[in-house]
Design a protein. Structure first.
Length: 160
């Protein structure tokens, strides 16, 4: 059986904003730790202010502005009536194919940051233990509900 790559659709542009906000929040936490460490080292060894927090802040800014869009561009998905294809990864490229017949449970979820960008996460639970959850983040609610309804129709039509 030959494996054919399906043309992938990009994620919604709003998901780029979600990724940037998440990245900025993560780097703010790292920055707070760097500042706390820098204050402690300044009191104990008298190092110059900004020696630790400066590079951490600069790398966080560069990461959020330049690396996040590269990561966002590497995501893609395609839905045929028989399977969902999800591809992602920058260093390690992952390509997952979920046959509709293997899906047991479907979730459509949306957190507060996703809600502000008008995107959702579609989660497919399949049979098995390892890699039994495939999540597709960054698609529109309408598209997620279309995929969910098609899969639900296929599941209910399947003979048990």
């Amino acid at each position: 059986m030959a494996f054919e790559l399906v043309p992938l659709q990009p994620l919604e542009r709003g998901y780029l904003r979600v990724l940037r906000i998440r990245s900025a929040l993560g780097w703010l936490m790292v920055m707070a730790i760097a500042v706390a460490g820098e204050i402690y080292l300044h009191w104990s060894t008298d190092i110059s202010p900004g020696l630790i927090a400066g590079p951490v802040g600069l790398f966080g800014l560069v990461s959020t502005i330049f690396f996040v869009p590269r990561r966002w561009r590497r995501w893609g998905y395609a839905f045929t009536d028989r399977e969902l294809h999800v591809a992602y990864g920058w260093f390690t490229r992952m390509y997952t194919v979920v046959p509709v017949s293997r899906v047991q449970h479907i979730d459509v979820s949306q957190g507060p940051i996703e809600r502000s960008a008008d995107v959702v996460t579609l989660s497919l639970h399949t049979a098995g233990t390892e890699n039994s959850l495939v999540a597709l983040s960054g698609i529109s609610r309408q598209r997620a509900e279309e995929i969910r309804d098609v899969i639900r129709g296929r599941i209910s039509d399947a003979p048990w």
